[in-house]
Ligand binder design. Sequence first.
Ligand SMILES: C[S@@+](CC[C@H](N)C(=O)[O-])C[C@H]1O[C@@H](n2cnc3c(N)ncnc32)[C@H](O)[C@@H]1O
Length: 240
Amino acid sequence: MYYTKYVYRLSVGDFYEFLTEYGKGLEILSENESSVEFATYEPVQGLKPLDLLKVEVLPPEKSFRPLRVKNFVILPSWIRPVVIRQGVAFGTGLHATTRLCLMLIEEFLQEGWSVLDVGSGTGILAIASKKLGAGKVVAIDVDPQAVEECKHNSQENCASIECLLAKPEDIGEEFDLLVANLELDIFRREIKHLKRLFKRVAIFSGLYRKEDLREFLKLLEAKPAKIKRLEGWYGVVIRR
Ligand SMILES: C[S@@+](CC[C@H](N)C(=O)[O-])C[C@H]1O[C@@H](n2cnc3c(N)ncnc32)[C@H](O)[C@@H]1O
């Protein structure tokens, strides 16, 4: 989309007189001792424009980006902030597997769905799910420190999440979406439990290179709906 700018030139005296009467927005393009060149966003009655400029209207996503000012971050309203304490747990968003999961959650999660995050670390994926409109969210980890971090980060993000010290075999209910960013060795042990824990979509990551992926797909015994690669790591999506 484009809009038009109307370019005018007036003597300095006339321009400042015009400015006080005009009362609308304008842009000074250049100014010297004798004249001022300026642009308005609509034609000015009684003045002949020197030029008409076509200006592209940038969509807000392009023109309004997150802005860091010292310890503040100013965010556009459509950005979903996830605040993570730099602690001992895995999951700050720096690792490719975390980012793969975040991208796949955004693509597959539907509002109101229940979510189980297995191997939650900081809770980053559980928190992101909640921010995307998930219903009940449970985050489990076998590391007590990770569970503490998950609780802390959930509170920090005003996200209501059950952070539990548990393994997949301890969970007795099904969730609409399961996300598990683990590693092949853990998948070998846990896959049979993970398979029974989701009703609609499962997102798996923590698989490095084709060798891991190949073995994981055999363990899964299901056709993936999507495989996504980032920096040599894979994310796999299963749909029911
Ligand atoms: C790679 S981190 C993922 C952290 C976070 N979800 C992310 O995506 O950044 C894997 C986490 O799984 C946990 N974990 C390892 N084995 C597990 C198991 N059998 N059940 C649940 N969590 C497990 C680890 O303690 C660790 O916090």
